[in-house]
Design a binder for this molecule. Structure first.
Ligand code: GCU
Length: 335
């Protein structure tokens, strides 16, 4: 009996000691940040996010760890923006087109042909007046932007027909991102827009629910759309960045040093991304051509550019968009 109570006492003591140790290790435990996105593991944006995670760990001497949930494991882009607002997710990579539904300034990126070429886009994306306006203004709705990743130019691709002109767009059912501006764009081209999440596109093309979609070249190989869509027209109608966002409260709770680590790692991963992106586009275009039999077609952009002029006029005068429209035009001219 005595023996039994000694053992019990000993066990209780041991549990207390262990609990104490647990308490100590909790204090020194690394901060773990959850990062969600919807792209596959081989995607260049995933590789750059993995580089971000590596840099954060290295720069914080492992005081911060980043766990990545790729492939829309935690939900569609819209869902992960909402999860980032509530703090259920700390970090997310989402298309700027999807952010349009949360902050109207982001709609500027879905305005077709707002950037003449990739160099102009890059100049604007690195202009401090633009980033100052965009990155922090969503703080009151729960998140801030840390940086952007190049997501290439968006082009039209179809299941089984060539498109050379807006006349060929008549009656064409085209998937767009859930973005009002992208819906307006396809209407202006004369097609029939259908907004849906990225994850649904493959089956929608295969089953004939849609005839076409529009994206950068990684959709063909990384998301296998090249198996079901055989014509890729270089319309270059949009250059939409992928935005890297963070729950605002989580960011503000970090020490100054840790905030600095996050910002530096984000910026460095954006630079790292440029090479990874260029290399991937080259490789995947070859694979789509040679192994999937996708036809890549150059088109004259003029009729497409002309068709969306009314949309530009609307953006230039609409109360919600005129300020950002003007800012982008000025940033294009800045030295
Ligand atoms: C791009 C972008 C994705 C986005 C996708 C889409 O590929 O990188 O973040 O989901 O476009 O068209 O939905």
């Amino acid at each position: 009996m005595v023996k039994k109570s000694v053992i019990t006492l000993f066990t209780v003591l041991l549990l207390f000691i262990l609990a104490g140790c647990q308490g100590d290790s909790d204090q020194t435990k690394a901060i773990e940040l959850k990062l969600a996105h919807n792209l596959p593991l081989e995607h260049p944006v995933h590789l750059s996010l993995a580089e971000f995670a590596r840099l954060v760990e290295e720069k914080s001497s492992e005081e911060i760890k980043v766990k990545i949930y790729p492939n829309a494991q935690l939900g569609s882009e819209r869902e992960v923006i909402e999860l980032t607002q509530t703090g259920a997710v700390d970090l997310a990579k989402v298309s700027a087109s999807q952010l349009e539904g949360f902050e109207s300034d982001y709609s500027i990126f879905s305005l077709p042909y707002i950037f003449e070429d990739y160099e102009t886009y890059e100049k604007v994306m690195n202009n401090e007046k633009v980033t100052d306006k965009l990155y922090n203004q969503t703080e009151d709705i729960g998140f801030i932007a840390l940086t952007y990743y190049n997501a290439g130019q968006r082009h039209l691709y179809t299941k089984d027909r060539e498109v050379h002109d807006v006349n060929d767009m008549r009656g064409l059912k085209v998937r767009v991102q859930p973005s009002q501006t992208s819906v307006q764009m396809i209407n202006a081209f004369g097609g029939i827009p259908t907004a849906m999440d990225y994850g649904e596109v493959y089956t929608a093309i295969q089953s004939g629910v849609i005839d076409a979609a529009e994206n950068n070249e990684t959709a063909l190989v990384g998301n296998n759309h090249g198996e079901v869509a055989k014509y890729f027209m270089y319309t270059g109608h949009q250059i939409v960045p992928d935005m890297f966002i963070m729950n605002a409260t989580k960011f503000n709770q970090l020490s100054d040093d840790h905030q600095q680590v996050i910002k530096e790692a984000a910026q460095e991963s954006t630079l790292y991304h440029e090479d990874v992106w260029a290399k991937t586009i080259e490789e995947q275009t070859e694979i789509a051509k040679d192994e999937m039999g996708v036809n890549f077609i150059e088109v004259d952009k003029t009729p497409f550019i002309d068709a969306v002029q009314p949309l530009h006029e609307q953006f230039a005068k609409d109360e919600k968009t005129k300020e950002i429209y003007q800012l982008i035009q000025e940033a294009k001219q800045d030295e």
